[in-house]
Design a protein around this ligand. Structure first.
Ligand SMILES: Nc1ncnc2c1ncn2[C@@H]1O[C@H](COP(=O)(O)OP(=O)(O)OP(=O)(O)O)[C@@H](O)[C@H]1O
Ligand SMILES: [Mg+2]
Length: 331
């Protein structure tokens, strides 16, 4: 097993020999589907996610169970419940959350002009943010922060460098060469500063805390999914990823900015993101990571989006680009 798989203690899993009787979801993603399955003599509706190898399967199943147990009873948000695995088919089976939708779709649709005044909202954006902030605190607080920083090995700096390389080679011209140079300089300076910092705590993080990895149910129940990228890192990595999505959604229109600004403030205050010193610098660094990621994702997936999705994604990516080019990184 890889080291990432063994970071969460290995667990035993009920092994379920399943037979797919009927597929009920029409998701485009062949990895992640829902169907009626037979196990033993009973039929059940389950969600199943297919992995390339057992290592990845155990890694995510263990991480989901860890996150679920660590936060149970400490927040209203829950984590997808893994009911078992089917090693022969490399499947992880989770409880099926019927009539849930992605948090991104929920926030997007419920704040659109067309929805104004008409759509019943089981939770407001600020209520959602409060719940997610509480959940993240519970998740990150479960292991005492270790001063685990090893110079040069910070995953988020590696990610930024890899993404800057992509902007220089595969996507050259996306940002100006002056900005690219400034970004590289910033990453280098940050790395030397962080090496002097004594209290950089790391803990196990979600690792991909995007709104499409959170579902919301008809009565406003929030369920976190997809811990495939869970790893050790700064708690702020999850936090700023969440912040960045509210920020990007707020850049689409003034009305949305009004809706989402209080969410940004809740996250900033809840985690002290703007506190002068290391926190503020870390916040800026992670904003870079998220802004660059959002630009690259747009470049890579733009042609797979429908017209509405394209326009919205373009506005968000352009806002990130503008922020990066402005050099006014405190704003
Ligand atoms: N237990 C579940 N019940 C209902 N729907 C689910 C469940 N688990 C996942 N889904 C749906 O499947 C989607 C993909 O799941 P997940 O994020 O775990 O897989 P993924 O491989 O990361 O897929 P993607 O690349 O689409 O994010 C989710 O966004 C959600 O819509
Ligand atoms: Mg996902």
């Amino acid at each position: 097993m890889s080291s990432s798989a063994t970071e969460v203690p290995s667990q035993t899993w009920p092994q379920i020999g399943i037979e797919l009787l009927e597929q009920v979801s029409s998701r485009v993603n062949p990895r992640s589907q829902t169907g009626v399955v037979r196990r033993g003599d009973t039929k059940e509706l389950l969600h199943f996610k297919r992995f390339e190898d057992l290592d990845q399967l155990y890694c995510e199943a263990n991480a989901l169970r860890w996150a679920r147990e660590a936060t149970l009873g400490r927040a209203d948000v829950t984590v997808a419940n893994v009911v078992g695995i089917c090693p022969e088919q490399c499947l992880m089976l989770t409880e099926y959350y019927s009539q849930y939708e992605s948090l991104f779709n929920y926030l997007w649709n419920s704040t659109s002009l067309l929805a104004f005044g008409r759509r019943f909202r089981s939770l407001t954006p600020t209520e959602i943010t409060e719940q997610l902030v509480r959940w993240l605190k519970a998740l990150h607080g479960t292991e005492s922060p270790a001063n685990g920083y090893v110079p040069g090995s910070l995953p988020c700096l590696k990610m930024i460098r890899a993404k800057l390389d992509a902007l220089e080679t595969r996507f050259s011209g996306t940002v100006s060469s002056a900005t690219l140079k400034r970004l590289r300089g910033f990453a280098d300076r940050f790395e030397s500063e962080v090496a002097l910092e004594q209290n950089v705590g790391t803990c196990r993080i979600h690792g991909d805390f995007v709104m499409s990895n959170v579902m919301i149910g008809p009565a406003g129940q929030l369920v976190v999914l997809d811990l495939a990228d869970s790893r050790f890192g700064w708690p702020a990595e999850d936090v700023v990823q969440l912040w960045h999505q509210f920020w990007a959604l707020g850049q689409v229109s003034r009305r949305r900015l009004r809706e989402f600004r209080p969410c940004l403030e809740l996250i900033e205050v809840g985690f002290g993101l703007r506190e002068p010193g290391f926190s503020a610098k870390q916040f800026v660094l992670l904003r870079h990571l998220n802004a660059i990621t959002s630009l690259l994702i747009f470049k890579i997936h733009a042609n797979q989006l429908g017209w509405g999705g394209f326009v919205a994604a373009r506005k968000q990516a352009m806002a990130s680009l503008q922020w990066l080019e402005s050099g006014n990184w405190g704003a």
